[in-house]
Design a protein around this ligand. Structure first.
Ligand code: PGA
Length: 249
C-alpha cells in the first residue's frame, strides 16, 4: 500500500445550473464519504463562489481553468488571485478540452501552472494522448513531453496532482482497462523518478480520468499500485459520484 492519499476530482465541465448543482451539493453534503479520500469538485467559473458557499468544507472546490497573470486587460479570463479570493483551493489545468477545443499549447499550460502555484493554489495538471497518437505508438512520448513542460514549471510538488486522461476515453464510452491505465501511470511515475527525484515520484498522486471510471471498474482501477484516484467527468454530476469516491478506498 502506498502512503499517497487517494484523490477523487469531479469535473463538472460546462454543465448544471444553480438548481441542479444545488441538488448535487445537497447529495454530497449529506453523503457518508470516506475520509481517507480527498475530494475536489471542479465547478464552472461563474458558480465557483456559489458552490464554495454551499459545499461542505470537507470537499474542496476547483476552477476548471484560469489565466497566467494576476490581473489586467484580458477580457473573459479569470486569475488565480480571483479564484483564491472566492475561497477556492484548486485549479484544473491542461485538460484535453482546453488543449484540443481551445488550442492551449504546452507552453501556455506551463505558464499557468507556474503562476497558480506561485499564487498558492493547488493544481490538477492533465496529460493524455489522442487515439491517433496511441495507435501510432507515441503515447509515452506525448505524455512525457506534456509532463516535462508541467514539471519545468513546478517548484513545489506537494500542491500538484497529475491526471492521466487518455483523450480517447473521455466522454466516448471507450474504456481503458486497469492494465492500460496502470501501464501509463507506472511509466509516468518512472519519468518523475528519473527526471526529478524519488521523493517526488513516491509522493505525487497520479489519478486516472476517462469514461471507464464509471463503468464499474473503479475498484479495480484504484487497486492498481500507481493509480491514486480519479478525475471524473459526466458521472461526477450524478449521485453515483459518491459511490466512485467510496469505491476507491
Ligand atoms: P468523463 O470525463 O469521465 O466524462 O469521460 C473525464 C474528464 O474529462 O475529466
Amino acid at each position: 500500500m502506498s502512503s499517497r492519499k487517494l484523490f477523487v476530482g469531479g469535473n463538472w465541465k460546462m454543465n448544471g445550473d444553480k438548481e441542479s448543482l444545488g441538488e448535487l451539493i445537497m447529495t454530497l453534503n449529506t453523503a457518508s464519504l470516506n475520509d481517507e479520500t480527498e475530494v475536489v469538485c471542479g465547478a464552472p467559473s461563474i458558480y465557483l463562489d456559489y458552490v464554495r458557499s454551499k459545499l461542505d468544507q470537507r470537499i474542496g472546490v476547483a476552477a476548471q481553468n484560469c489565466y497566467k497573470v494576476p490581473k489586467g486587460a484580458f477580457t473573459g479570463e479569470i486569475s488565480p488571485a480571483m479564484i483564491k479570493d472566492c475561497g477556492i483551493e484548486w485549479v484544473i489545468l491542461g485538460h484535453s478540452e482546453r488543449r484540443h477545443v481551445f488550442g492551449e499549447s504546452d507552453e501556455l499550460i506551463g505558464q499557468k501552472v507556474a503562476h497558480c502555484l506561485e499564487s498558492d493554489l493547488g493544481v490538477i495538471a492533465c496529460v493524455g494522448e489522442t487515439l491517433e497518437e496511441r495507435e501510432a505508438g507515441t503515447t509515452e512520448d506525448v505524455v512525457f513531453e506534456q509532463t516535462k513542460v508541467i514539471a519545468d514549471n513546478v517548484k513545489d510538488w506537494t500542491r500538484v496532482v497529475l491526471a492521466y486522461e487518455p483523450v480517447w476515453a473521455i466522454g466516448t464510452g471507450k474504456t481503458a482497462t486497469p492494465d492500460q491505465a496502470q501501464e501509463v501511470h507506472e511509466k509516468l511515475r518512472g519519468w518523475l523518478r528519473a527526471n526529478l527525484s524519488d521523493a517526488v515520484a513516491d509522493s505525487v498522486r497520479i489519478i486516472y480520468g476517462g469514461e471507464s471510471a464509471v463503468f464499474g471498474n473503479c475498484k479495480e482501477l484504484a487497486a492498481q499500485p500507481d493509480v491514486d484516484g480519479f478525475l471524473v467527468g459526466g458521472a461526477s454530476l450524478k449521485p453515483e459520484f459518491v459511490d466512485i469516491i467510496n469505491a476507491s478506498s
